[in-house]
Design a protein around this ligand. Structure first.
Ligand SMILES: NC(=O)c1ccc[n+]([C@@H]2O[C@H](COP(=O)([O-])OP(=O)(O)OC[C@H]3O[C@@H](n4cnc5c(N)ncnc54)[C@H](O)[C@@H]3O)[C@@H](O)[C@H]2O)c1
Ligand SMILES: O=C(O)C1=N[C@H](C(=O)O)CCC1
Length: 248
């Protein structure tokens, strides 16, 4: 049995992870913590893998603390920058046997949309990302949209494409956030859960790649897959993105 502890267990995602782990035949729920509890109760003696779904401002410290105590971590919380990822790489390097997996999105539809976008990117002159989420989300743009935009930008660079055409001279903020040269727009709307549209354009044509997570159950198979992969001990160090565990 894989022993799993959950950090952020009272949250929307953490609560779903608790239920998913309880429902998995090969896993048992060990420790659950939320804000104010501290992480001391989670140890290598009771936990094979901890799962963190907290807030962007807390997740780095959580991961560094768990790794320093010898606990491997699956992370779904957003807010990761290159600098923060480097800090995690350094920490796991100092604690052999620990591993960390971070994914901006665990839903297969979103992972495939992200992947297909990197394939489409080099064929189009224009690309923009629109993410749409529930209004309780604390960060914008979404971690997924940032990842998608960066993937598009990298594919464009590799293909030798220049910057995306845009003659806008003044926008008052309406053109969204530029992520690596790609405009990203964030919508917050009651009734939505997690949705992303990637728009690609050429003269006279458009391709739209869209992923919809209507319910948080969509993330659970990916979370359990990541827990199983890390508990196998085959993935040392830091791995970013569920695409690494899929045959893409
Ligand atoms: N990777 C994915 O597939 C995916 C899917 C959905 C949400 N998310 C991300 O997961 C994160 C959580 O989303 P949510 O909707 O569950 O948020 P939420 O606000 O419902 O839950 C966050 C929980 O973390 C707790 N928390 C805050 N600080 C903590 C700390 N230091 N230690 C322990 N617990 C702490 C809060 O009390 C709360 O219960 C966000 O960053 C969100 O963007 C990722
Ligand atoms: O509901 C959220 O919050 C989500 N956050 C992730 C992100 O920011 O990309 C994944 C989708 C849901």
């Amino acid at each position: 049995m894989v022993r799993v502890s959950v950090v952020g267990a009272h949250g929307r995602m953490g609560g779903n992870v608790v239920k998913a782990v309880e429902g998995a035949k090969d896993m048992e729920l060990s420790v659950t913590v939320d804000a104010g509890d501290g992480l001391d109760a989670i140890t290598p003696e009771n936990t094979d893998v901890a799962v963190d779904f907290t807030v962007p401002s807390a997740t780095l410290d959580n991961v560094l603390s768990l790794v320093s105590h010898g606990v491997s971590v699956v992370v779904g919380t957003t807010g990761w920058t290159d600098d923060k990822l480097d800090q995690v790489r350094e920490a796991v390097g100092k604690h052999p046997g620990t591993s960390v997996f971070i994914a901006p999105n665990f839903a297969i539809s979103a992972v495939l949309a992200d992947y297909f976008s990197t394939i489409a990117a080099k064929y189009f002159e224009s690309a923009e990302v629109i993410e749409m989420h529930h209004p309780n989300k604390v960060d914008a743009p979404s971690g997924t949209a940032i990842h998608t935009a960066k993937g598009i930008a990298e594919a464009r660079r590799e293909a030798g494409l220049g910057s995306i055409p845009d003659d806008t001279k003044s926008d008052g903020g309406s053109r969204g956030q530029l992520v690596d040269g790609v405009h990203v727009h964030a919508v917050r709307l009651r009734g939505l859960n997690a949705h992303e549209e990637v728009l690609f354009g050429n003269a006279g044509e458009q391709l739209v790649i869209r992923a919809d997570s209507f319910d948080r159950s969509s993330f659970m198979p990916g979370v359990l897959l990541a827990v199983r992969k890390l508990s196998s001990g085959k993935y040392q160090g830091l791995t970013v993105g569920l695409n690494n565990f899929l045959d893409l």
